[in-house]
Design a protein around this ligand. Structure first.
Ligand code: NAD
Ligand code: 89Y
Length: 338
């Protein structure tokens, strides 16, 4: 019998969660919930889900699912995670996990208290190019990594699908910065100190839609992490993260167009790392959509007691700490030690 899940938050992005759950054997979404009845009803209809509702508490108490997938925006996360912790064995929460460390720690504590597994839907580290870079690093293909540049710059109209983003003060850091910091921690290890500069590039948005951060890792490695939502590039790379990692024995590059190059000595190996487009996907989102599938694939093993999901809520505390440190570094013009 399949593990039973409830999805909360029937908005723009959760359609990808729903399509991916439908592709995965061993799990089944049995109910969808949104405080807007029309949205919940539309999801139930579009994805053939037997139950829908507007009140998460009532729905979870009635159905007692194995897992809860929270795909709402950040303001509702703490209340929903605390609720789900008491009703399910696995709780997945979309990014940004929280706006404050207090809320994030409370969610981790709530799940620890009931024994529920808590994962943050950090799908970017599950993108195919990043999986390939991680595997190369683990194989020792370039020796110890010493320097990384991670760049997410584009001019794609993100506000058409997610209009609320235009009002967020620390937009680039909280919308994409946390994905970038999670990938950097995943590839290069934990961070000791950082500095950061932010910019407001697009006059039509309220917040800082660009940043550049400089990170010193515990290993001594250095990373430069940059992001802009108002760059003019053709072809526009959205939503690709481009990177260069230099190690003692070589360099890995991921360039626009999903082109990975491994440089060792005077030799270069090139390979294409474009993911397949899921049957329900559409370009340019297929990179993200395939990573949602890869992220959610971990759920069955976790529910069967064969490991956790990555990244866990506890791990994501360190990523949120980095984002908040970067905001402070930019506001105060200081180097922040973690
Ligand atoms: P959205 O506003 O389109 O959808 C959120 C939905 O949640 C809305 O329908 C809203 O009514 C519902 N909701 C809010 N509070 C609720 C509650 N307490 N109970 C029930 N329903 C509630 O937002 P979106 O663009 O789909 O984004 C959702 C989250 O996904 C955001 O945090 C965003 O950052 C994240 N996101 C992640 C990725 C990724 O690649 N990981 C991509 C895009 C968006
Ligand atoms: O919200 C963002 C995310 O997580 O991935 C891309 C996005 O949808 C817009 O920047």
């Amino acid at each position: 019998m399949a593990f039973r899940g409830v999805l909360i938050g029937c908005g723009f992005f959760a359609r990808n969660h729903m399509a991916a759950w439908a592709d995965l054997p061993g799990v089944e979404i049995v109910a969808v919930c949104d405080r807007d009845a029309e949205k919940a009803r539309a999801y139930a209809r579009d994805f053939g889900i037997p139950h829908w509702g507007v009140d998460a508490e009532a729905l979870l108490a009635e159905l007692r699912p194995d897992f809860v997938d929270i795909a709402t925006t950040v303001g509702s996360h703490r209340a929903l995670v605390e609720l789900a912790a008491g009703q399910a064995r696995l709780v997945i929460c979309q990014k940004p996990f929280a706006e404050t460390m207090e809320d994030a720690r409370a969610m981790v504590a709530a799940c620890a208290a009931t024994g529920a597994i808590l994962a943050v839907h950090e799908n970017f580290r599950w993108q195919r190019p990043i999986r390939e870079v991680k595997a190369l690093l683990e194989q020792g293909a370039i020796g110890a990594p010493r320097w990384l540049r991670l760049s997410f710059r584009h001019g794609y109209d993100i506000y058409a699908n997610q209009p609320y983003l235009a009002e967020v003060r620390d937009l680039a850091l909280t919308d994409i910065g946390l994905h970038l910091f999670d990938m950097v921690r995943h590839l290069m290890g934990d961070v000791e100190r950082l500095s950061c500069e932010v910019q407001r590039r697009n006059p039509r948005v309220a917040g800082f839609d660009a940043f550049q951060a400089l990170l010193r890792h515990g290993s001594g490695a250095v990373s430069s992490v940059e992001c802009s939502f108002h760059s003019q590039l053709s072809p526009d790379p959205f939503p690709q993260s481009l990177l260069v990692v230099e190690g003692d024995a070589g360099t890995i590059e991921v360039a626009e167009g999903f082109r990975l190059r491994l440089h060792r000595g005077d030799r270069v190996e090139a390979r294409a790392v474009e993911p397949d487009c899921p049957t329900w996907g559409a370009r340019p989102w297929h990179l993200i959509q395939e990573s949602v599938l890869a992220f959610q694939r971990q759920a069955v093993a976790a529910l069967e007691g064969r490991g956790g999901m990555e990244p866990s809520g506890a791990h994501n505390l360190g990523t949120l700490e980095l984002v908040l440190a970067a905001i402070r570094a930019a506001d105060e013009g200081v180097v922040v030690r973690l």
